[in-house]
Design a protein around this ligand. Structure first.
Ligand SMILES: C[S@@+](CC[C@H](N)C(=O)[O-])C[C@H]1O[C@@H](n2cnc3c(N)ncnc32)[C@H](O)[C@@H]1O
Length: 375
């Protein structure tokens, strides 16, 4: 089924989520968009309907790429005294916005920092790991980037804030998270069923952070063996600590401290390799190395899935100057991410059946297959 309709992208989702999305977007859609939407609704299975998230008119926001506005923001952000102020501002905005949205940022992170999470580090950390140079940049207003306990303690609340911002119509943070992750999982399942011909038995979640995406994958595919892999031993410690607190799984998640570009895992050993919200933190050369490694790791017919900010998102294209300046001040590779032709990079590495869908108002999910006839 074609998934694309004029200025909107459509995909099939559970009727509860899509009812709200249609109510929200129906009035703004073009006449043509509405006609296409109706067609998709009729074509869907009984428990599914088509939902639409709106694209802007541009290929990417004016604050990204090589535009004068983007260059101006880059100059501002690279001015050290201003960068320090922006960094502080960004952090304050993040925390206060989260707490205004009933996300208990300080309480949840304090709970982790005051726990026994530190004991996990010795069983997780690979002391001989060489970090890629780009990974040692300050990220997200943390001077040590992802390599700190504070960043690890705040990672899950930051993830909740991402879901809340992406799904402002949702009635609660739980609903926002469920919808955002549910749409992503549904695209994965549909793509794999359509193109692979096999079940999903082995999953690798590269850039798993504190394990939120990994847990969603493990819950969705309970019979699969799931690995979460990340460069931050602090994030992985939180992931392992949290997982130990829940009821044991039939297939326990394995956590690996390694670089996604060079995992050391056997070739052709996974049916699904996922990158959730990883690429906007990477320079293009890392993105190419990561998708090349994913191609090596996947079995013929296997699926790669990446989800991240969509350059075509109407909301991101219309972000206020204050917000995009703050955003760019804490994301050193954001511009490079926006300039990277992700579909083109996947094609060059050898992937086929490449498909990109807006799975919420801010993020796209891209899926592709390793050809069955690969040697
Ligand atoms: C925004 S977080 C991912 C969030 C998580 N996947 C989720 O959906 O909740 C990005 C993660 O990518 C990891 N990362 C960045 N570059 C990486 C690389 N080359 N190899 C492995 N992990 C990497 C970071 O350490 C960080 O934990």
């Amino acid at each position: 089924m074609a998934l694309c309709a004029s200025s909107q992208k459509l995909f099939l989702a559970s009727s509860a989520a899509s009812g709200r999305a249609r109510a929200r977007h129906g009035g703004r859609a073009s006449a043509n968009g509405r006609r296409d939407l109706a067609v998709h609704v009729r074509m869907a299975a009984p428990d599914q309907v088509a939902i639409a998230y709106e694209e802007g008119n541009l290929e990417m926001p004016k604050w990204a790429g090589e535009t004068p506005l983007s260059r101006l923001v880059k100059v501002l952000v690279s001015f050290k005294p201003l960068y320090s102020l922006l960094k502080l501002g960004a952090r304050q905005v993040l925390i206060s916005t989260a707490e205004k949205n009933n996300i208990p940022w300080r309480e949840m992170s304090r709970e982790i920092l005051e726990s026994d999470v530190y004991k996990e580090l010795h069983s997780i950390e690979n002391p001989s790991l060489q970090y890629p140079d780009y990974y040692l940049s300050p990220f997200h207003a943390y001077d040590e980037g992802n390599l700190s306990w504070l960043a690890a303690a705040e990672a899950e609340v930051a993830t909740m804030s991402v879901a809340r911002r992406a799904m402002p119509h949702a009635s609660s943070i739980e609903e926002a998270t469920k919808e955002l992750r549910g749409n992503w999982l549904q695209v994965i399942e549909q793509h794999h069923m359509k193109h692979s011909g096999s079940t999903i038995e082995n999953i690798l979640d590269i850039g798993c952070s504190v394990g939120v995406s990994t847990r969603f994958l493990a819950d969705k595919f309970p019979s699969a063996k799931v690995i979460g892999l990340d460069l931050s031993p602090y994030f992985l410690s939180v992931a392992q600590f949290k997982e130990k607190k829940r009821a044991p799984r039939e297939n326990p998640i394995r956590w690996i401290h390694a670089a996604g570009e060079d995992t050391g895992l056997p070739s052709k050993s996974f049916d699904l390799v996922s990158f959730a919200y990883v690429f906007h933190e990477c320079p293009e050369r890392a993105i190419i190395a990561l998708v090349t490694e994913a191609f090596r790791l996947l079995r013929p017919g296997g699926t790669i899935v990446l989800t991240d900010q969509s350059p075509k998102s109407k909301i991101l294209q219309e972000l206020s100057p204050a917000l995009f300046t703050l955003l760019k001040s804490t994301e050193p590779f954001l511009n490079e991410y926006y300039l990277t032709d992700l579909e083109g990079r996947l094609r060059e590495v050898g992937f086929v059946n490449i498909q990109t869908v807006l799975t919420d108002p801010r993020h796209m999910t891209m899926t592709a297959t390793v050809p069955h006839q690969r040697v």
